[in-house]
Design a protein. Sequence first.
Length: 120
Amino acid sequence: MSDAPTGNPMTLSAEDAKLVTLARAARARSGTAEGAAVRDGDGRTYAGSSVALPSLSLTALQVAVASAVNGGTGTIEAAAVVSGSGSLDAAGRSAVHDVSPGAHIHLALPSGDVVATYAD
């Protein structure tokens, strides 16, 4: 798995731009540091925000992937993470690629500006 972003991160399809919008909404709704969204092979979307409890800690992308898997998906086409940190967490990235090794993951700032796109 390469740590370097690929492609032109500023150019998103309408479907991928929707993922960024859903991730921003999940982040805002929960008031957490991160929001994420994934799109499965059937076009269904799943969103989540980071969880930080004394007994459970999940990144937003892990929550979104878990929701998709729980919903019966076998494929993730693309994902988006909105975070102020400017970096993509390894645990969330691994969760996406456990389901679909070739899925692209877009990293965006809270403003919605995409700063990187990662692929395996």
